[in-house]
Design a protein around this ligand. Structure first.
Ligand code: NOJ
Length: 722
């Protein structure tokens, strides 16, 4: 890798001990320790403070150390710094990558203005198990959606030039397959085939590395028995050698030390030497000197220089050598009006209308009851907002402010987690005296995020009982779900005709929910993850392989079916097929599900040719798939067109469908617009892992392109690759 003159000069001047300082980032430093650590040569630090405090620390690095190398200031800026945006899973639901880019750019500008130069985001772990609390931090179950949103976030954070005053270095995490821990339990082992590793878990990382992500973070999990912090095959072999990643591979918090309980290292020296030999460049931990001492005796000089050069190059690209300080007068310490408007729009656009019998938008209703624990809660920021985020307001407050003409009652009835149902009768009485009820329920922010796996995905506490009792009044009602993950809603969903998922929408969530309720914004997001019927169905995702015995009907356990043993009546259709005896087929709501307030008609889709040769595809040729969509309603609305590929016959069992393109567009009433998608090698191929190294191939044969507004409402066009 080419090293700049500055990096070469510094490397030549640094003794090994000084180099090792560059390979550490310390998190949670005590205020009084931080300056001392830097004086001793620490290269990077978490420093969640103001521009002035960060500058004071930077001054120690620049003025009081021998070579004056500035520090990198890291922080988990995950979905906003001051102005908190919807959680990343919600951002994915927007199906709007340019919005995601704008949100990341806002977060970057606020963070950099306070001296932060390095974020540990985006999380591009494909996640197919909603028990895992960290699904909130990523973009859901789909490889393509995750890749597109990951790229958008990297562009937003890094801009065109990392040295710009509004840019911060992005970190793609967690490398790799952290999103599929056994049992959905955080940090748990992962054992995944090479086929899935290449086609599912590595793909989004390949995309964001291609987009120029400055760093990649190693994950806590093992892959086939090898902890990722010591996984040379993947960190060096795939990421650095095969993909040519020029940036920094940073460890996760104490990930090197964790190699001891993983049972692959005898002591810290052993752990550190395994990690750095495997390709780690920076260790993240709380006790720098111990690891540095351990490393000193363990790391090979060329590997040491490679790691240090990567860190110095990152500092250089951030412009820190020339301009190490943040402007204290330009620090953005509170949300601006423009920032608030952006996150409000984002929260509304991320909302997903699961079903609607016409109760939404609310229209002219004189008496409205807001019930459920979210009615008067400010818990809208979601996981990972640190102490910087501007507080959110309550939905009750936002509603009353917007509609002073409406008689609004606020009776929460239950709290989030408690078993006390004594408030429900008051909510029911208030419902009977209202024209419409909005039931604001969900999973509070603390139940998703890191170390927040759940084994039961129903609404906690007595919230389901509240929904059932409100349904019993016969008064029209709407359920608004705030959540950081897919929930199991089967016990009550058939009682509710109008349900919208608002996720955790951030600083302006309350105003955005009111925008959606009143119809000012079209909640036309789509689910980025399937919502299971039951925890027993997990993992459940749309892009599964078919079995040799696909089922056509779900099981329903009854006296009759329970009697059917191995030798049961042969006329019972569908007995020996892949399903659960006690569940309907498929999820409650699939990936891509959602609608909106407007209605659309899709014309038959056309493809520019019905066949193409492999050679043409290899040469970069693409076909154009187009579709006319008309807004048939009287209101402006958003349509999301999704394109899925079905590889009808392949050399390995292909996923039944695979999202390869999508676009969200706003269409005026009565207008028709043309969607166009390019179909080429990238959309039709997959990684064949029997070649060494694995090869991206397009196999000849029949492909079926499905496109529509959801997975369930698609039309198909055939394409033959010859
Ligand atoms: C642990 C988490 O896994 C990671 O995502 C995060 O960046 C680090 N802690 C630092 O806070």
């Amino acid at each position: 890798m080419n090293r700049s003159a500055r990096v070469q000069k510094l490397l030549a001047e640094m003794p090994p001990a000084e180099k090792l300082g560059q390979l550490q980032i310390v998190f949670r430093p005590r205020h009084d320790d931080a300056a001392e650590l830097i004086r001793e040569g620490l290269g990077s630090i978490f420093w969640p403070r103001s521009a002035a405090a960060t500058n004071a620390l930077q001054r120690v690095a620049v003025e009081e150390t021998r070579l004056g190398i500035p520090v990198l200031v890291g922080l988990d800026v995950i979905h906003g710094q001051r102005t908190i945006a919807p959680v990343p899973l919600a951002q994915a639901a927007s199906f709007d990558p340019s919005l995601v880019e704008e949100l990341a750019a806002l977060a970057a500008a606020e963070a950099r203005s306070g001296g932060v130069t390095w974020t540990f985001s985006p999380m591009v772990d494909v996640a197919r198990d909603p028990r895992w609390g960290r699904v909130v931090e990523g973009f859901g179950e789909d490889v393509h959606l995750t890749s597109v949103m990951g790229r958008a976030m990297v562009r937003g954070y890094q801009g065109d030039d990392l040295a710009g005053r509004h840019a911060i270095a992005a970190t793609a995490k967690h490398f790799v397959a952290y999103g599929q821990p056994e049992g959905g339990r955080d940090y748990n082992a992962v054992d995944v085939s090479e086929h899935r590793l290449r086609n599912i878990y590595l793909e989004p990382f390949r995309a964001v590395v291609d987009e120029g992500a400055a760093a990649v973070m190693a994950s806590f999990n093992t892959v086939a028995g090898v902890p990722m912090h010591a996984n040379r095959r993947l960190m060096t072999g795939v990421l650095k050698d095969e993909w040519g990643f020029p940036g920094v591979v940073v460890g996760d918090a104490e990930g090197v030390r964790n190699l001891l309980p993983h049972g692959i290292a005898e002591d810290l020296t052993d752990a550190a030497s395994q990690a750095f030999r495997a390709g780690l460049d920076v260790e993240m931990g709380g006790a720098p000197s111990e690891v540095a001492d351990a490393l000193l005796s363990a790391i090979d000089p060329a590997r040491l220089d490679d790691a240090v050069a990567r860190v110095l190059a990152l500092k250089e690209s951030l412009g820190l050598f020339d301009s190490p300080y943040a402007s204290e007068t330009d620090e953005l310490t509170a949300p601006t009006d423009a920032g608030r408007a952006l996150v409000r729009r984002a929260a509304a656009r991320s909302s997903v209308l699961l079903k609607n019998d016409g109760t939404l938008p609310l229209g002219a209703r004189a008496r409205v009851l807001l019930t459920g624990p979210y009615a008067d809660s400010t818990d809208h920021l979601g996981a990972w907002t640190q102490s910087f985020g501007a507080d959110a307001e309550t939905i009750a407050g936002a509603f009353v402010a917007r509609r002073p003409d409406v008689e609004v009652r606020v009776v929460p009835g239950v709290d989030f987690l408690g078993e006390d149902a004594s408030g429900i009768p008051a909510a029911v009485a208030a419902a009977r005296a209202s024209d419409v009820v909005v039931v604001l329920v969900g999973e509070p922010s603390a139940l998703s995020g890191e170390a927040a796996s759940r084994s039961d995905l129903r609404l906690p506490g007595r919230q389901e009982q509240l929904i059932r009792e409100i349904a019993g009044t016969g008064i029209p009602f709407v359920v608004v779900l705030e959540t950081g993950r897919p929930l199991v809603v089967s016990d009550w969903i058939d009682l509710a005709e109008t349900v919208v998922v608002a996720w955790h929408g951030g600083t302006e969530a309350a105003a955005a929910i009111v925008d959606v309720l009143l119809g000012d914004v079209d909640p036309a997001g789509r689910l980025p993850m399937s919502w299971p019927r039951s925890v027993g169905q997990i993992p459940i995702h749309y892009a599964h392989e078919n079995t040799g015995r696909p089922a056509t009907t779900g099981g329903s356990l009854s006296a009759e079916t329970a009697d059917i043993g191995l030798h049961g009546p042969a006329n019972v259709a569908d007995k020996y097929t892949s399903k659960y005896l006690d569940l309907e087929l498929g999820p409650e709501f699939p990936f891509g599900h959602g609608s909106g307030y407007a209605t659309f008609a899709h014309a038959p889709a056309t493809l520019s040719a019905s066949s193409i040769s492999g050679a043409e595809l290899d040469g970069g040729a693409t076909l154009s798939l187009s579709l006319e969509v008309a807004n048939t309603s009287a209101r402006t609305g958003d349509e999301v067109v999704q394109v899925y590929v079905e590889d009808v016959v392949a050399s390995v069992a292909p996923p039944v469908r695979r999202l390869v393109a999508f676009e969200r567009r706003t269409i005026e009433p009565g207008r028709t617009t043309q969607f166009e998608f390019e179909i080429g090698r990238d959309q039709l191929g997959f990684w064949a892992v029997d070649a060494a190294p694995p090869a991206f191939v397009v196999e000849p044969g029949l492909f079926r392109l499905h496109l529509g507004a959801t997975l369930a409402s698609t039309q198909a066009v055939d394409l033959r690759v010859v």
